[in-house]
Design a protein. Sequence first.
Length: 569
Amino acid sequence: MRVVLTQCLKLSKNMETQRLVALFVFFFSGFLLWTAWQKQHTPLPAPTATTQSGGANTVPVPTSSNGSARSSTPATTISAAPASGQLLRGERIRVATDLIVAEIDTNGGDLRQIELIKHKASENKTHNLTLFNDNTPQIYVAQSGLIGVGLPNHKSLFKADAGLYELQQGKDSLIVKLFSQGEDGANVVKQYTFHRSTYVIDITFEIENKGAAAITADAYFQFLRFGEAPSTNPFGISTFVGPAIYTEEKKFQKIGFPDIDKGKLEYPQKSKDGWLAMLQHYFVAAWLPKNGVEREFFTKKVAEKLYTAGVVVAVGQIAPDTTGRVSVPLYVGPQEGDNLAKLVPGLDLTIDYGWLTIIASPLFKVLSYIHSWLGNWGLAIIALTVLIKLLFFPLSAASYKSMAKMKVLGPKLQKLKEQYGEDKQKMNQAMMELYKTEKVNPLGGCLPIVIQIPVFISLYWVLLAAVELRHAPFFGWIKDLSAADPFYILPVLMGATMFLQTKLNPTPPDPIQAKIMLYMPLVFSVMFLWFPAGLVLYWTVNNLLSIWQQWQINRMTEQAALPKGSGKR
């Protein structure tokens, strides 16, 4: 595709502009590669240590229908965090299921650590990937509590019956209960329900009113996470990390940490549907209140480079000697499209396929279907590349035929260059006459390639965003399709295929263009050294198929151009 696009662009009428066009193509191609590389490898900026003042521990205050604040626990009753910036810690409760290992702290009953058993850490594949942790400065935890006079929040101490829980064989769920004695006769049970074969955890509050007066309560469910305005490279590309909100009215909306800093928040604060998530590459955590229940979304900067994002759900009024109950599921796991789509509407949109999601999402479904048959993601990438090549065969054939005809005209174009020398105006006129006489349209193959470009770019993002390819082996030395080829064999092979493609194309009459085309395979090979092996595999296979197709068309075109009776084949 790169070669064909280059050929289309460089065939402009004004030979002076060809140099600029060739340079543009070079930097545009490099931009695509750099964009994908940055999306894969841009590290999250490590924030400086934060001090959690009272702001970091303030319970969110829900608003009434007229916009005034409803009653809540006074901030003065909430203990402040120590000056070191670390979260206060109590006793740890360890929970193990078939998919996760979790740690709950009795201080606040927070979910402080989540390890994903089936996903390994990038820096050490012998260790489980840790998604939540409460270590300063990279704090990322799930907090929840109650809003109401005397009710426990994420700074209150809870008690537990045990310190270790494990999902037993034959059991589908595991319940962990935390207990708190509230003021005015309120007994609160905070319950975590873990389920087999799912990353969904149900967090439930049960409030038993043993007092003489009614209790009005709300519950909040939030993420506390370090954050920073995403760093950008010279092209402005960055990996998005931050909150996102989905409602049926506004659909999917990302909320960058810089937007929270600046107060540029346009998401709906109240809704009867929707969810709130915290995004990062490959993984997502999301609060998923049931539709039909009134909820209030909020985001806030609580300290330097420390943010909360969450949702408030009304519990209502609890009469004496009755029990109020509220429950919100929490998803913490990989961005697996099919599983996310089954949970709640729109949750699969958390997978970042770029601005061509409408094309990329179906492409990944096809890739997944192929994988279900072949059982290897590397083979699935090869098969999908072949399938796309076959689908666009008629379109790409038109482009290659145009280039093949241009190659046949190469000697004649060279003679025109020698004949007119530096008189570019006359040479261009002569070239146009030659094209007209030979019935060759030098730009005839451009439109088919333009149609294909969105598909190729979409597949590009699919291979970058799919968590299924993370740590997925191919064969031999390629143990991880999302990481670079450790021995650089694929990048070298890819560079060689690009060089062969260049040789199959007509040599540009302009010497500067010719040098650029000659050096581009080397430059791309160097860039691909750090590219994910899955992407390099795709480009290599695509190049090989293009070489075969272009060689066949060149051979047929050259034979058609031979004088009849020449006897050459």
